[in-house]
Ligand binder design. Sequence first.
Ligand code: TNX
Length: 840
Amino acid sequence: MQLRFLFVCLLFSSFAQAQKTNGLTISWELVENGYQGKAQSLSTFTITNKTKKAFPASGWTIYYNFIRFVTPGEVAPGIEAGHINGHLYTLKPTAAFKGIAPGDSLKINIVSVAWVTNYTDAPDGPYIVWDQEPAKGYSFAEFKVIPSTQEKQLLRNANDKKSQTTAADIYQKNSGTKDIPAEELPAIFPAPRAYEKREGQYLLGPEITISADPAFTQEASFLAAELSKVFGKPAKLNNEKANIRITQAAIKDSYTLSIDDRGILITAPDAEGAFYGIQSLRSLLPAKATAAVTLQHVQVADAPRFPFRSFMLDVSRNFHAKAEIFRVLDVMALYKLNVFHLHMSDDEGWRIEIPGLPELTEIGGRRGHDLQELTAIQPSYGSGPDINNTTGSGFYTKADYIEILQYAKARHIKVIPEIEMPGHARAAIKSMDARYAKFIKAGNTAAANEYRLSDPDDKSQYRSVQEWKDNVMNVALPSTYKFLEKVVDELVAMHKAAGAPLDVIHMGGDETPAGVWEKSPVAQQLIKDNATLKNTDDLWYYFYDKVAQIVNKRGLQLYGWEEAGMRKTKKDGHTVMIANPDFGNRNFQLDVWNNVMGGGVEDLTYRLANAGYKVVLSGVSNYYFDMAYTRDYNEPGFYWGGYVDIDKPFYFIPFDLYKNAKEDGAGNPLPASTFIGKDRLTEYGQDNITGIQAALWSETVKTPAQLEYLLLPKLLGMAERAWAKDPSWAKEKEEAKATALYNEAWSVFANVVGKKELPRLAAWNGGYGYRIPTAGAVVEDGKVLANVQLPGLIIRYTTDGKEPTAKSPVYTAPIAQKGIIKLKVYDSVGRSGRTVTVQN
Ligand code: TNX
């Protein structure tokens, strides 16, 4: 009897299981870009019923994410496409739908804006919701994106000359790079201010002892731990006869490092300098574990070019766990970066516990299928219906955050938290709406309204860049400022508890869509009541004035995206954005990101610096690491601001960003006329450039491996530019000379990366997942010639049409063999890049 009951239960549950997605499979394929001659694409979902039962004609909705806006309407007989909000879309049957017979497929054509040229652009995370069970979504077990291969799928539009970076393009680009023997390469990376090689050598190991002045004991322990990894046994501290001495002295440089017969001496005025001296010493050590190492006698005097050397990570779009943050901080410290800008809130997620506002992480820190958004915010970037997913859901507890701050502090990295506002704030807004609903239900209206960020009567219509209709805080509500004060106070408290006090905070300012607040009664009332406010645009300055007061009152500098320092006005009848003269003398620091080459505001960076703003060079053209390395369907990442390979962050010239700009936003050669009439940096403005920031937005970044791929080795180009002095090729006026100097410098850098730094990163911390380049190849005189971007990496090839493996022969000379030649780049630990196929 009991057994029979169990059997019935099993039968029922397996029926329910099958019911979930009814055995449907989904695939998606791009038909073409430039559909109907417009900036839009046509693509097809194919839904196949592989079961023996008909798929019902009604009672369900399919949801999916897509980073391109899909035109709503009838898209197949009886199927309607809809838009929920942001990047969440639906496909729904109407009364005319007939269902899908067993074995049949349903084809649904959708039209979406712009284009799709990378696999990471494709729709993601489809799931089905049954009408009888509206709170539950079921992911499709099988969702396939069919790769694009034809030109009409790969070109953005008719103006595009070329769709893909070819093996020949890569070959051409690499061909100027010289192979330099490892012994001839600079010993320290990033390049120190002064480096002098001296006669003689010093043997370090196998016994190592470190002595340090009391001010540097923490740094000495850090060094001991790192040395233990290299030498395989613990380095001892505080021995009288130390091999490595770290002493304090009032010198002008950040540190000096000397190696002579007496051993290694690092001298620095402060702990930070001592730490950088230690990093330089690490730079001299081999990548692989060894018992002892022979070090050349040297004298190094070093100091950074810029005080602000930053990496920004977006943990909102996709969450990145603490363990990966530690790995990022490790690598930042190795290359002497000193600021970690943590983008912790955006439309798609709030990632930091704020005591007293639990909804922020309980709702805003989780994504899942709940259209009311009372338990989680909606799925984005393919995070799917399940709240327990790891890309959309996740946050740092207060303890996690304090741990991150302390880990960073031990590496002389300052963490600057960013709370995005007033736009890009949907996760916070929805969290506070859920809090409102909770307290209203409990009959507590005052508590419900205390931190509310939205005006319920606001009828304004707008769509943000990511297609959100409701992602902007209402700047007229006093509760908005109460919320901001609360969040700032809690962040200040956490930093204090960590022993890493805040002195600057990032208060967003990015991309607020046109149309906001226009139909908000409270906002319009505020304008009426306030003589200094003429129109809705003025609310922007009202907001940043108040935000600046909030942070300044707490002793913090205001830091924001460029828009925080800009003002809308008219010039010759057209709307233009200028540096806002009102805030130029209030010590605002801005991340200037918009310098898309060919986009028209290439000079914004300099206009803001010239106007008195402290400017961090965060330009998309060279420092947005979420831009794909190259123009290639299989290369992950965005490309709206161009393609960012490792050379872009390296060849950027901070005080003359026009000079080395070679490509436009589409990766095409940039016309020289682009910079005619553009503002140049004044001497006054130059003093306002505080540094450089590399930014990794995480829409396309879901795993640590994907993060490290986009971060490394690009970060090394940025680290060199931020630390090393102004290079000769940047200052040289004569173009031919400057080019020759640059080519020489690039070769040195490429060899340092390929021969020293990548092997170090492969061996350290369990190995980093840096990108391995694609081989360059051409056929010349009946032979295949190949080359690699970063000398030191090797190319393996096959001549039998099979994929190269770690055992395939290494390319050393042109290949005469006829037929299909496949080539692949390998690193020191046998990891490889993508295969290149050439017909000989
Ligand atoms: C622009 S530039 C953004 C982000 C996106 C990024 C993707 C800026 C401050 N905002 O919201 O994540 O592009 O590349």
